[in-house]
Design a protein around this ligand. Structure first.
Ligand SMILES: C[S@@+](CC[C@H](N)C(=O)[O-])C[C@H]1O[C@@H](n2cnc3c(N)ncnc32)[C@H](O)[C@@H]1O
Ligand code: SF4
Length: 458
């Protein structure tokens, strides 16, 4: 899923954690042990972070600035969150708000905050602008944002610069403007080309219009990526393959292939039951083999690349590199700390300082290993060398169980997920974290379960 979306989920988790305090952890880790037929499918890799939350230590921004100051300027990535969107998608669980009169103030607040941090970066290798729908900003605001970032940071000449958009926003004029201000990787939320399913999802426009716009975008941007959803009510394997076939036909460089998360408060969750998990597994396997046959690489659990799309931004995020998050709801990771901002544009404009949560040194190797599962493999030697941490010992029981199920293969110095394992990757990551941090005594929780209801699918 787009990283903007992932950040939003993480923000929501933090918010939930703060609201519910200890009680929620009694629920997470209350001694419930899952059995095979109640195993939960965690769809977001932020679900794997739940077990880590109780270990985080709140610190002040000044504490973080001092820490960064000691390290000297390092390279990093920027994530900018633009929460504005006029869409009414039935499934959307993102931090978003309707376009209000404060968009210019909002952009200026982002640039003010960027100034606070710029001295701590030697240079920026990648920028990701997520939403909401960032292209709902006016052309002047978009230009102001990109020029302002360029003035505040040394942005590498070959930096990967992505922005999320939606088809209804994509005019030829806007595409040219984005290319002019430096965007070289356009990420379009398609979800599906299928008219019936687009209606279920509340998406605007017909599949034909989407294809036309993507063909136009293909001419303008060096890298063109799209989001496609599976696990949608009423969706069959052939619908998904037809979507992927169209994407391949257009020459899309990167396909983010996400399972639909049934957020408790969304229209879609109220109206439909999720399909059985067996359908989701079958679709995931078929999609993977279809795209690999067409020459795409499965570069992380939710992303396929034609080879050209490196998705450098997500690499920063998953390798615990320096990510500076700017804007409402934005989350960053700097010097072993998550930095989280207030959830609305109004709150952000009023107070742009983020909250800082430090991940203790002894927890970093666990977090690092769990994050590597996003790529389907953990290199055993690296954590041994860096932290004297042996994942084969730390996660021995989870590994044994997954090897039995055919989800993990142990190769020389590598813990590798099979296709089945890639489907369960987030669940396996959370199981590893719970084994290591709680001696295996804990229940896994997904975003779909925030409202009490049994979303476990058998
Ligand atoms: C910020 S949106 C992309 C840009 C634009 N707002 C759009 O929707 O076209 C990021 C992505 O989050 C994903 N997303 C949103 N809600 C989701 C959900 N409930 N489950 C899975 N993915 C979701 C969609 O694939 C969407 O394209
Ligand atoms: S267009 Fe994107 S951000 Fe807006 S409601 Fe739809 S999924 Fe959410």
């Amino acid at each position: 899923m787009q990283e903007g979306f992932l950040f939003c989920l993480l923000v929501f988790h933090f918010w939930w954690m703060q609201r519910t305090k200890k009680g929620v952890f009694a629920l997470y880790f209350g001694g419930y042990m899952e059995s095979n037929n109640t195993r939960k499918w965690l769809k977001s890799h932020h679900d794997t972070l739940f077990p880590f939350f109780p270990y985080f230590k709140k610190q002040s921004i000044k504490w973080l600035f001092d820490r960064l100051g000691e390290r000297g300027g390092e390279k990093g990535a920027l994530y900018i969150h633009i929460p504005f969107c006029t869409g009414r998608c039935t499934f959307c669980i993102l931090t978003k708000e309707s376009t209000s009169g404060n968009t210019l103030k909002y952009v200026n607040s982002i640039l003010d905050e960027a100034k606070d941090w710029s001295d701590y970066f030697s240079h920026v290798e990648t920028i990701y602008v997520g939403g909401g729908t960032p292209t709902s900003l006016s052309p002047e605001e978009l230009k102001l944002l990109f020029d302002g970032l360029g003035n505040r940071f040394k942005i590498k000449k070959d930096a990967e610069i992505s922005i999320e958009t939606t088809v209804s926003e994509l005019t030829e004029e806007k595409m040219n403007l984005l290319a002019d201000i430096g965007v070289n990787r356009l990420s379009v939320g398609v979800q599906t080309f299928n008219l019936g399913l687009r209606k279920v999802l509340g998406r605007r426009g017909r599949g034909k219009e989407v294809i036309e716009k993507l063909n136009m975008a293909r001419q303008v941007f060096p890298l063109l990526t799209i989001d496609v959803l599976y696990d949608v009510p009423g969706q069959e394997k052939r619908d998904v393959i037809a979507d992927l076939q169209k994407a391949v036909g257009i020459g899309i460089d990167g396909i983010s292939f996400y399972p639909l998360i049934y957020g408790p408060k969304t229209v879609i969750t109220r109206q439909f039951e999720p399909p059985p998990i067996e359908t989701a597994i079958e679709i995931f396997k078929s999609a993977k083999s279809f795209l690999e046959d067409k020459g795409y690489n499965h570069i992380n659990i939710n992303h396929f690349s034609s080879g050209r799309d490196k998705f450098r931004y997500s690499t920063y995020f998953n390798r615990l590199g320096n990510v500076l998050g700017l804007g409402a709801g934005a989350m960053g990771f700097l010097a072993d700390c998550y930095v989280k901002h207030g959830p609305t544009s109004k709150k952000y404009i009023g107070n742009r300082a983020g909250n800082v949560f430090n991940v203790p040194r002894n927890i970093i190797p666990v977090l690092w290993c769990v994050s590597q599962l996003q790529y389907g493999r953990i290199d055993v030697e690296e954590p041994k060398r860096k932290w004297s941490f042996n994942p084969l010992d730390a996660f021995a029981k989870t590994i044994e169980k997954c090897v039995e199920k055919g989800e993990i293969i142990i190769r020389k110095n590598v813990i590798e997920l099979t296709t089945e394992g890639m489907f369960w990757a987030n669940t396996i990551g959370a199981e590893m974290a719970v084994e290591c941090l709680y001696d295996g005594k804990g229940e896994l929780v997904s975003l779909e379960e925030i409202k009490p209801r049994d979303s476990t699918r058998k």
